[in-house]
Design a binder for this molecule. Structure first.
Ligand code: PLP
Length: 406
């Protein structure tokens, strides 16, 4: 098919040309005396991305899922109790992994479309007088439903009852696009991956581990080997890895971190919020549709899960978009299969790129029989962006109140 593919799944995201070029390198010796320069550049530049000065960023040759497993097996003993909530496919998969690894899971079932139920976390923590819960898990941005949760509120709930559990956060589709604060929120393990806000191919598990979690890992007896924090941190201290790292991924990461630093992390967050506002304007004002996210406080700035009109199958919209317009939209997963499609709006993106995704989704919906006003979503997004200049905090706050910007 002539022309480019429009990639609007919520990860993998578009890899900027600058990053692709940085990755086109010959292989080199990962035990050479100069290698630590590259490793240290990556690990040091990740600290501000996690907003930490004390925790240790770690890079595993995996995707985000490997970092979920690493958090559990490094910090917990077999059979330990964990508290988590399920409100989408990814929070489901992490909870399921806990069960499959033999942990005792207290699961807060939550309607899909809502975020982490802070009051119910609090009540479980309050009841746990003997501190049997060893880790509290929360998915900051549920990619399946386009819902962002309030991690700081979970930390406040833990502190209010002086609960000593570790706090593990899945920030796979939030890190480097939606604010995340490792130190301020007292997060013990942050789990992420390379293929979303970090604008790289999939293949690096990007995680960050607090001093408290590293200490717990020293005595935790769950079995692990390849994903051992101790081996990684010991080798990283001298600028090396315990096994062969992907050299192109490290060069790519160094470049993407430089791009994020040049734009400024807070500007990156504003850009995501601003772009998301345009998508929400298309959904609400243009198409008169609904999001899966049930209330503005949960609207995600990195992915919108758009409920298709009655009688329309979301899978058909996605298939039509792909085959006819070379546009990749995110599918409805599991419980919400067929009921929605997702537009990922994270990573290396601007208004005109996003208009391509909105226009293609609009055409695909029309083609499969949705009763929409042609051009309405595109026009609403254009109007939103033209009247809400990017990167101005006050404007973003005002738009938030109107419910378009979450
Ligand atoms: C919120 C969330 N958590 C975890 C994962 C799993 O990450 P990966 O596919 O990188 O293993 C994803 C993937 O999309 C995700 O969106």
């Amino acid at each position: 098919m002539a022309g480019r593919n429009f990639l609007f799944v919520p990860g993998p995201t578009n890899v900027p040309d600058r990053v692709l070029r940085a990755m086109a390198v010959p292989m080199e010796d990962h035990r050479s005396p100069t290698f630590p320069e590259l490793a240290r550049a990556c690990l040091n530049a990740l600290k501000p991305i996690f907003k930490t000065t004390s925790a240790s960023p770690i890079l595993f040759p995996s995707s985000g899922t490997g970092c979920w497993e690493a958090a559990l097996t490094n910090c917990l003993n077999p059979g330990d109790k964990v508290l988590t909530s399920r409100f989408g496919q990814f929070s489901h998969l992490w909870a399921d992994m806990c069960t499959r690894l033999g942990f005792d899971v207290e699961l807060l079932e939550t309607p899909w479309g809502e975020g982490a139920p802070v009051e119910r976390y609090l009540s479980s923590l309050k009841q746990d007088k003997q501190h049997k819960i060893k880790a509290v898990l929360v998915c900051q941005n549920e990619t399946a439903t386009g819902v962002t949760s309030d991690v700081a509120a979970i930390r406040r709930a833990m502190d209010s009852v002086k609960h000593p559990a570790l706090l593990f956060v899945d920030s796979v589709s939030a890190l480097a696009s939606i604010d995340f604060r490792m130190d301020e929120w007292g997060v013990d393990v942050c789990v992420s991956g390379s293929q979303k806000g970090l604008m790289l191919p999939a293949g690096l598990g990007v995680t960050c581990v607090s001093v408290k979690a590293l200490e717990a890992a020293k005595s935790a007896t769950s079995r692990r080997c390849y994903f051992d924090y101790g081996d990684m941190v010991t080798n990283n201290a001298s600028g090396y890895f315990p096994y062969t790292p992907s050299i192109p991924m490290l060069y790519g990461l160094r470049e993407s971190l430089a791009m994020l630093a040049e734009e400024g992390l807070e500007n990156v967050f504003h850009r995501h919020s601003y772009l998301a506002g345009g998508v929400r304007a298309a959904v609400f004002e243009g198409w008169k549709l609904k999001l899966c996210a049930a209330a503005p406080r949960w609207y995600s700035d990195t992915v919108s899960a758009i409920m298709v009109p009655e009688g329309i199958n979301g899978a058909e919209v996605i298939a039509r978009a792909f085959k006819r317009y070379n546009l990749a939209l995110g599918a409805g997963l599991s419980k919400v299969a067929g009921k929605l499609f997702r537009i990922g709006h994270l990573g290396d993106l601007n208004e005109l790129m996003l208009l391509g995704g909105i226009a293609g989704a609009e055409m695909a919906m029309l083609d499969v029989g949705a009763k929409l006003e042609p051009g309405s979503g595109v026009a609403a997004a254009q109007n939103y962006w033209r009247s809400n200049p990017p990167a101005i905090a006050a404007k973003t706050a005002a738009a938030k109140k109107s419910g378009i910007a979450a």
